[in-house]
Design a protein around this ligand. Sequence first.
Ligand SMILES: Nc1ncnc2c1ncn2[C@@H]1O[C@H](COP(=O)(O)OP(=O)(O)O)[C@@H](O)[C@H]1O
Ligand SMILES: CC(=O)N[C@@H](CCC(=O)OP(=O)(O)O)C(=O)O
Length: 263
Amino acid sequence: MSNQRFVMKCGGSTLAALPDAFFEDLRKLQASGTQPVIVHGGGPAINETLGKLGIESRFLNGLRVTDEATLDVVEMVLAGRINKEIVRKLQQNGARSIGLSGTDGKLIEAKPVANAHEVGLVGDVTGVNASLVEGIIELGYLPVIAPIGIDEAGQRYNINADTAAGAVASELGVDTMIVVTDVPGIMRTVNGEKVVLPRVTFADIEEMIKSEEIYGGMIPKVRAAMCCLHGNVKEVLIVDGSADRVLSRAVTDGGIGTRIVKE
Ligand SMILES: Nc1ncnc2c1ncn2[C@@H]1O[C@H](COP(=O)(O)OP(=O)(O)O)[C@@H](O)[C@H]1O
Ligand SMILES: CC(=O)N[C@@H](CCC(=O)OP(=O)(O)O)C(=O)O
């Protein structure tokens, strides 16, 4: 990895499975002068809490249909529970960290998505307060960001965590975004066997979305990856959070998971 700062998206699918070694690696990276920034999801935990409250979870093209009552739960689970769990884990493993929601310091500014009439209070990112994130890093803390956005009028929005991470990566001007999830990379069936693709291009992605070999939660990841690779981000890696020493391997040689490249 050529630049000392990177953005890492931790998916809700894998958060509970992340071993202590994962957080230890973050401490080591922080101690060696590397500057990780975490943006996290928490879809399964939101579903669980909504279920307990008798609220049905509905998705349209991977985006949660979000009304005010749902958004209360999304914010409570992401900015309250999950964000603080990650901060605690980091601290237990010796990393200094601060958790924020995208509404704090207008970290993530947002506007309604184009199909807001269908999905409700879901946002697209219009701006990222990069100087706030940089200030936290300069103080020696690892920022942990929950993907809630805010607009000029103070309205909150639910933002897909892959989308939010891609926007933060672009705005911070990092070289690398690492997407940590529950599969070892982008997979495809070859001769009846599932294999992990070490490298995929934009053209491969479009073809695999069309053929439905990329579906569901992988779609926002590849879309966010393509979006930030169109800007200054140089590489996006998709890796499995439960793999042994996944972070040190991703950061040192990148020889793990799937690397997304333009061509
Ligand atoms: N081609 C693919 N290769 C690997 N996983 C895929 C692919 N297409 C879709 N997926 C799905 O994407 C999921 C990861 O997305 P998601 O469940 O939203 O995770 P996260 O919470 O980490 O964002 C995988 O568990 C898998 O079911
Ligand atoms: C708009 C939208 O769908 N927001 C997501 C935010 C959390 C998320 O993206 O979590 P994962 O990364 O674990 O999927 C949601 O409500 O589930």
